[in-house]
Design a binder for this molecule. Structure first.
Ligand SMILES: [Zn+2]
Length: 123
């Protein structure tokens, strides 16, 4: 019981409540509206609701976290030409059909495009 109590203590932290609301709105928006704009609906919607009723400092902290995550993704994308989300999923994007293929795949499973073989794989 005590572990559960400690676990529930975490959710009294307002920044986690903010992200929990954002996640709920994200799921609702991606189901009922459109997945591509669900992030913006959920983040802006949560910000709006939060500013109306709760501590505005939480919103600034939450947006600082969101901003640093977006910055990190853009940083890897433009500096190393690496899509961090795809990389963490172990995938790469096919240049022909833009579908996600496994990173070690030699042929795209969707369109049959042959990925250029890497030198180090021939050792
Ligand atoms: Zn393909």
């Amino acid at each position: 019981m005590e572990e559960l109590q400690n676990f529930l203590e975490i959710f009294k932290e307002p920044i986690l409540q903010f992200f929990a609301w954002m996640a709920v709105l994200y799921i609702l928006a991606s189901v009922f509206v459109d997945r591509r704009i669900a992030f913006w609906i959920s983040s802006l919607g949560t910000t709006y609701l939060w500013l109306k009723s709760q501590d505005p400092r939480v919103v600034f902290r939450a947006w600082a976290i969101i901003g640093s995550v977006l910055f990190l993704l853009a940083f890897f994308k433009y500096l190393f030409n690496l899509n961090l989300l795809l990389f963490l999923k172990g995938k790469k994007r096919c240049p022909m059909c833009c579908e996600e293929a496994r990173r070690k795949a030699k042929v795209c499973p969707y369109c049959g495009y042959s990925f250029a073989p890497k030198e180090e794989e021939c050792k």
